[in-house]
Write a protein that binds this ligand. Structure first.
Ligand SMILES: [Zn+2]
Length: 247
């Protein structure tokens, strides 16, 4: 889970339309009035096509995406189309949260809260640091073993492996005669690894955390600085990791 930057309410979603659709929903609760393509598109833009809770990709023609109501539409029916109440979610997270009442027992709001203030990430599991964090882990089932924990382990292990290989390559470079090919290769690989932890990537919380926690990363980075290869672009990319990593 990472904090998302809000996007503006779509211009198509006018006050009149909100009123009209909200009334329709209140008259008949089976009406899926939020199921509009322009709503889904704007919400997906906010999360770079990911679920706001588990960070799986849901952008394939928005068919796997569900419009999540932070405050449950069955209880807070007037907020069924309130823009700040709508979030992009996968079927699993939306279904797991179901009609949990966040008005009574709040969970992390992916736009308003920084999840790092409420959660810790240890061994690919999330733990609550606050009551809100603990409730979030439970209500979203953030540590579901097959679907989430294993996925985080897989992406984390892959990053660790790539960093270990890069450390070996760097040591090899330092011990042999300077080679342009080897230099380019190291720079290219490191950039690729850091790219994978950027906020728009799947499971970015796990990947960014893994990168910044690994000694191999800091070894390679220190050598890049020594060699004068660490540029503004690397720094910018690393700053993005630091904004979302659970350190
Ligand atoms: Zn999800």
């Amino acid at each position: 889970m990472i904090q998302l930057t809000p996007v503006l309410r779509p211009t198509d979603l006018t006050d009149e339309l909100v009123q009209q659709l909200t009334d329709r929903f209140k008259a008949d609760k089976t009406q899926r009035v939020w199921n509009e393509e322009f709503i889904k598109t704007a919400l997906l833009q906010m999360s770079s096509g990911k679920c706001c809770y588990c960070e799986c990709k849901i952008n394939e023609e928005s068919k796997y995406m569900e419009v999540e109501h932070y405050r449950c539409k069955d209880i807070y029916e007037d907020e069924v189309l309130l823009w700040s109440n709508l979030l992009p979610s996968c079927k699993r997270c939306n279904g797991t949260k179901h009609n949990h009442d966040t008005g009574v027992e709040p969970i992390i709001h992916p736009v308003n809260d920084d999840p790092r203030n409420h959660l810790e990430l240890k061994a690919y599991r999330f733990y609550g640091r606050t009551l809100i964090g603990k409730t979030t882990v439970e209500v979203i089932n953030l540590n579901e073993r097959e679907r989430l924990q294993r996925k985080r382990f897989e992406v984390g292990a892959e990053i660790k492996e790539r960093l270990d290989e890069l450390e070996i390559q760097m040591r090899d470079y330092l011990e042999s005669l300077p080679s342009t090919r080897k230099r380019r290769n190291i720079i290219h690989k490191l950039r690729g690894i850091i790219q994978q932890g950027q906020p728009n990537e799947e499971y970015a919380a796990t990947v960014s955390t893994e990168i910044l926690r690994e000694d191999s990363y800091h070894f390679v980075k220190a050598e890049l600085i020594n060699l004068g290869w660490w540029d503004d672009d690397f720094q910018r990319l690393e700053d993005e990791l630091a904004k979302i990593a659970f350190l």
